[in-house]
Design a protein around this ligand. Structure first.
Ligand code: GTP
Ligand code: SPV
Ligand code: MN
Length: 593
């Protein structure tokens, strides 16, 4: 492959010649005015925040009610992940598979690297060593993100473990994921998020937003991470991790994969209603799980992140008090509205909007302009501030998972909860997840699409092989978790949610834990086991018999259509689809007819 520009070779820009050479290459390519290594110190953070307050990149929130909290308004063209311009750059198209955008590494170098040329002219280059995972964990993975965005630096500081700990890890292991990020001119036409699994490298240009720009999260921990996991026999998943403690003090750990903006943060931080107060949820993670087979033959999960990048709209002291408390200090709010008291506000935080709101685009709020906060507005808050954080959050070996839960946002079809018939059937259930699209990614909202294991946007290799990896893991885990599917979002004919959700979801988690522990009454249906009559504890819940009947009903015509649609999705993988998944699909169809 040709040189990218004088002194910049593909080898060095991919990080193949080590950290120093990689940084040199990035400097030669982007030509920053200054270079700044991030150490992770408090003083450094204060300095960067002052600089952003001066430039207007951040707005200080009320220091009395929201100490050390800031508002950031992103470019209105840059408010969500952009799946259209996210690429997996494997040597062959088959390596990325039919559900990913693909570009060869050669073409990526030719098309995308030139956009980085002189991109940091007149700007400071920040070098952020960071660690995904607990510092003393043998499973921690290090990265270095180079960026010209201070907003990215301050978000990475919350979301990952940055600075010298990470640098020591890199010096010790000699391994790191090189991530080159530049805002460029924040032009959607020159926006690319490129992944090179063979080199663990990521190039991101033209966006400063969330999963596009905070390279430890979706890029390293999921897209690159899923590749490392496949090769090394573990799993990188878009999953929350929680522990449910019962009145006897036993804790059952569960991991749940729901697509973006479909309830992971809320379930991970659940507080049960008064009548179920003798159950308690411990939060381990809200977005990403790395799972390995432990010496005891169980599947153990860790959360590689150090912060929450949570959806703001819908979050309130009624729905998710833990998230409200977690983000009340030392947090960054992106694209929320601002009140007269200099506090953040978003739709759903209070029943009525306060007077005199400033909307997310810094205009006096006019409902004709849409919601006051962007539907994908977010808070970035330290995990350590979560009131119900599990004492095992930092445990290098993680927590033992008894139940894996898939789910989606479905107004129809999917019942409140069901359990798969076996591991392989569970993999099929995960592979067939459908969910309505949300504001977390650019594009139309509310369209049902297949989102297997909630990983459609995050699987860094051919999804057929990913299903195969799940099947393989099932064979290798002596004592595998049981697999379930939930749907909190089923609606009545008049368009209202049938299930109260949030804290009341504890009732479903209790049944799941009972089933996972070999108890709990169930009935077999064509799609799996469902709670037997009376098996869900609904004591004290205001819900009509009709609503419960609809929530637990399986309409055969809908399920046949659903299975047909799943078949169309699975067929695109051709011969590469594992025989086990094909067999489960056939068996499901058979049971339905
Ligand atoms: P990402 O961070 O994008 O991966 O999303 P997430 O899966 O963590 O989603 P989150 O928990 O932030 O929820 C997204 C939206 O769904 C928010 O507006 C929540 O208020 C809403 N939501 C979460 N749980 C429930 C529920 O049980 N019922 C209903 N009706 N809405 C819910
Ligand atoms: C998601 O979209 O699933 C998120 C937000 O968790 S982002 O970090 O932007 O990917
Ligand atoms: Mn997510």
């Amino acid at each position: 492959m040709a040189d990218v520009s004088a002194n910049v070779t593909i080898d060095s820009i991919m990080g193949r010649n080590g950290l120093e050479k990689w940084i040199d290459a990035c400097v030669q390519l982007t030509k920053p005015a200054k270079i700044r290594w991030c150490t992770g110190s408090k003083e450094e953070s204060n300095e960067f925040i002052s600089e952003m307050l001066a430039s207007g990149e951040l707005v200080q929130l009320n220091p009395e009610t929201y100490p050390n909290c800031y508002l950031h308004r992103s470019n209105p063209n840059d408010v969500a992940r952009t799946e259209k311009v996210t690429f997996i750059c494997t040597p062959t198209r088959d390596g990325a598979g039919p559900t990913n955008n693909w570009m060869s590494p050669e073409n990526a170098a030719e098309n995308v690297l030139p956009l980085f040329k002189n991109a940091m002219n007149g700007r400071t280059m920040y070098i952020i060593p960071y660690l995904m995972g607990a510092p003393d964990s043998p499973f921690a993975i290090a990265g270095v993100e180079i960026t010209d965005s201070l907003y990215v630096v301050e978000n990475m500081r919350i979301m990952t473990r940055i600075g010298n700990t990470a640098l020591e890890h890199i010096r010790r292991t000699g391994k790191f994921s090189p991530g080159l990020h530049s805002l460029g001119d924040v032009n959607p036409d020159k926006r690319f998020i490129m992944h090179f699994p063979e080199d663990r490298a990521v190039w991101s240009i033209g966006s400063g937003y969330g999963g596009n720009a905070l390279l430890g999260k979706k890029c390293l921990a999921l897209r690159i991470g899923s590749n490392i996991g496949r090769n090394d026999g573990w799993m990188a998943e878009h999953m929350l991790i929680l522990g449910m403690e019962d009145p006897q003090g036993n804790i059952t750990y569960m991991a749940a994969a729901f697509p973006s903006a479909c309830g992971k943060t809320n379930l991970a931080m659940l507080i049960p209603p008064e009548i179920q107060k003798n159950y308690k949820i411990w939060t381990v993670g809200d977005d990403i799980a790395w799972m390995r087979i432990g010496e005891d033959g169980r599947l153990w999960a860790t959360n590689p992140e150090a912060g929450f990048f949570g959806v703001a709209p819908g979050t309130s002291y009624d729905t998710n008090p833990n998230a409200m408390d977690t983000s009340h200090s030392n947090s960054i709010f992106t694209n929320v509205a601002l009140t007269q008291k200099n506090e953040p506000w978003w739709e759903g935080m209070t029943p009525t909007p306060p007077d005199g709101l400033i909307d997310w685009q810094n205009r006096p709020w006019n409902p004709e302009n849409g919601p006051a906060a962007h539907p994908n507005s977010r808070f970035t808050a330290p995990t350590s501030q979560c009131p119900n954080l599990s004492p095992h959050y930092n445990d290098p070996k993680g927590v033992p998972i008894s139940a894996i839960i898939f789910g989606g946002r479905r107004a129809h079809v999917a019942p409140l909860v069901y359990q798969s018939l076996s591991w392989n059937h569970g993999v099929y259930v995960g592979a067939s997840v459908g969910s309505e699209t949300t504001a977390a990614a650019e594009g139309k909202v509310g369209m049902v699409r297949r989102d297997p294991m909630a990983m459609l946007p995050f699987c860094g290799y051919n999804m057929a092989d990913y299903f195969g990896h799940w099947v393989e893991m099932g064979k290798n885990i002596p004592n595998p978790p049981k697999i379930f599917h939930v749907n909190w979002f089923r609606k009545s004919a008049d368009g209202k949610f049938l299930w109260p959700g949030f804290g009341e979801n504890i009732r479903v988690l209790r049944w799941i834990a009972e089933r996972a522990n070999g108890r709990g009454e169930a009935v077999a249906t064509p799609i799996g086991y469902m709670p037997a009559n009376g098996a869900l504890d609904l004591t004290g819940l205001q819900i009509s018999d009709e609503a419960m009947a609809e929530l637990t009903s399986i309409h055969k015509d809908e399920w046949l259509a659903e299975t047909e649609d799943t078949g169309v999705f699975l067929n695109q993988f051709g011969d590469r689809l594992p025989a086990e998944i094909r067999a489960e699909f056939a068996a499901q169809k058979q049971r339905l007819s």
